[in-house]
Ligand binder design. Structure first.
Ligand code: ADP
Length: 540
């Protein structure tokens, strides 16, 4: 009986000791975890962690080394209780060498309880340290070894199995804390670099969330728009203190259905500066399916006032020259006509030569006419607004383009809402503009392609869009398309003057509206024109 009771008491004592030991281990891990989770600062975490570990295992000295994968080295980052300073000028051990190499290669803890400094070391000066016991444990994070946690003592036989067990357990806690701090530092560094790039670029940049709230505005954008970022951040674009015309155009661009492409337009500021604006969607990979989804927009602003002024100077020069050339050309055409009717006209070869000359002269004349048209539009000469029913206008334009459609076997669709009110327009100019868009769509779209003329109303604007499934236009060319003489095509067989779109733009602006383009190379183009629906348009 007594024997049994003694055995039970002994067993109970052993169990209690075991339990206490386990509890101590858990407490030790808890202490270290609490200490290292207080900061995301890597240096601070290194020192707090080392101190907490040394207190917990009762060692006088220790060190933490991290693996520098890029350099292929194990680098001592924190030490305590050593004679020499191996951190300021760090101890770097090539991966695979020395005791640390052994720990990493075998993913194991090594213990030396009678370190007599007889074996060769990767860093020979370590022999000057007075340690007689040492233990090194690998630290893991995200499934791999990220470094080594070491403890040392000047006495022999300092580290027993229990200390080693605790060391092994806390090593991973420290590893994870250091890895988090390292990741955090890397992300802060990335953010700082990105922010430096954003703030030093010469372009204005505004980024918005998916719902249009402003998430970032760089210094150039603040300067160009004369706003302060603190007045803009987190505000919906709709409420941002921006010039009304910019805000409206941006809102339209953001609400546009063509989320997949850039939206480019120009706006004038009150102080007569002109900004070119590019609005592009930002994509992120969807967590749910394979598709990418829009995460917001980035708006890039460039001051193009100098370009605009150069454009204006060029226009003035061309228009003056066009005036001077028009009269002599008229005289030449008359003279050719008279020559054809006179005796030289009896000779078929002479007639043919006269016809060739007359065709060339008329082509130059139509170029000059286009230039003068532009001048008229800009000066407002011969421009008269009338109340116009849009439906017959669309019919007339569609009938006029029909031979070109037939010639290239193009499918043509007209998509009209049923309730467009009468607008105040110069019918001839608007018809000219629509024909220019449609003629381009016919010209640049391949045989058998598709063209849609689509009208829709949005707030106080009527949008007229010509959509084709032709070759599309490179992004870098898009912002220049509406400039005079600008041609994006390198196909010299496609005839053109580069004035068609400039005329459309002038027509739209003369009506108080604007033009826009959405296009992706290889995926067709949408050319748009906006007209004001309100009767205020008459006053423009
Ligand atoms: P052009 O006389 O060259 O057609 P425009 O001013 O009408 O002059 O057009 C300018 C340029 O825009 C063209 O040279 C062409 O490169 C491009 N472009 C216009 N419309 C389209 C379209 N529907 N598809 C592809 N490119 C187009």
């Amino acid at each position: 009986m007594v024997e049994n009771a003694d055995r039970l008491i002994r067993q109970n004592r052993l169990l209690t000791e075991d339990l206490n030991r386990r509890t101590d281990h858990l407490a030790a891990i808890g202490t270290v975890a609490a200490a290292v989770s207080q900061s995301l600062d890597l240096n601070r975490t290194l020192h707090t962690a080392l101190q907490a570990v040394l207190n917990t295992v009762g060692a006088e000295a220790g060190g933490i080394s991290l693996i520098d994968e890029a350099a292929g080295e194990v680098v001592l980052r924190a030490q305590h209780g050593w004679v020499q300073d191996f951190v300021t000028k760090p101890m770097r051990i090539p991966l695979g060498e020395g005791m640390s190499g052994h720990v990493i290669a075998n993913d194991t803890v090594i213990v030396e309880n009678d370190f007599d400094h007889s074996e060769p070391l990767a860093v020979p000066s370590f022999h000057n340290e007075p340690f007689r016991s040492l233990a090194m444990a690998p630290m893991h994070a995200r499934g791999k070894i990220v470094g080594i946690l070491s403890i040392m003592s000047r006495s022999t036989n300092k580290f027993n199995a229990e200390t080693i067990e605790v060391l092994r357990a806390v090593a991973d806690t420290v590893g994870i804390a250091l890895d988090n701090a390292r990741l955090y530092e890397a992300s802060v560094e990335n953010e700082t670099q990105l922010s430096a790039v954003l703030h030093s670029t010469a372009d204005g940049i505004i980024a918005t969330h998916q719902n249009g709230r402003i998430r970032l505005i760089n210094q150039t954008a603040e300067y160009l728009l004369n706003v302060e970022s603190e007045d803009m951040l987190d505000l919906p674009l709709r409420e941002a203190p921006l010039p009304a015309n910019i805000r409206d155009s941006l809102l339209f661009a953001l609400s546009s259905r063509a989320e997949e492409s850039n939206n480019i337009f120009r706006v004038s500021l009150e102080d007569e500066r002109i900004l070119s604006v590019v609005v592009s969607p930002i994509y992120v990979e969807s967590q749910v399916d394979q598709d990418s989804v829009t995460d917001g927009w980035v708006i890039v602003l460039q001051d193009v006032t100098h370009l605009h002024q150069a454009e204006k100077a060029r226009t003035q020069f061309i228009q003056a020259a066009a005036h001077d050339m028009r009269n002599p050309l008229g005289v030449t055409l008359n003279a050719l006509d008279m020559l054809k009717n006179a005796s030289a006209g009896q000779d078929p070869t002479a007639r043919e030569i006269i016809d060739i000359a007359a065709t060339g002269v008329s082509r130059i004349q139509s170029l000059i006419d286009d230039l003068l048209n532009l001048e008229h539009l800009e000066s407002g000469y011969g421009f008269s607004l009338q109340r116009v029913d849009v439906y017959p206008l669309v019919e007339k334009v569609s009938a006029e383009i029909s031979p070109r459609l037939v010639e290239k076997k193009l499918t043509y669709r007209v998509d009209l809402p049923p309730d467009i009110p009468d607008l105040h327009l110069d019918e001839d100019w608007i018809a000219r503009a629509l024909l220019n868009y449609l003629e381009n769509a016919c010209k640049y779209t391949q045989h058998g392609g598709e063209i849609t003329l689509r009208l829709f109303m949005n707030d106080s604007l009527l949008h007229v869009e010509v959509i084709d499934n032709g070759p599309g236009i490179p992004v870098e060319a898009q912002s220049r398309l509406f400039e005079r003489f600008y041609r994006a095509t390198d196909d010299s067989t496609v005839e053109g003057t580069g004035l068609g779109l400039a005329i459309v733009k002038s027509v739209a602006e003369a009506h108080g509206g604007g033009v826009y383009i959405r296009s992706k190379p290889g995926q067709g183009s949408t050319f748009g024109l906006t007209l004001m629906i309100t009767s205020d348009a008459a006053a423009v």
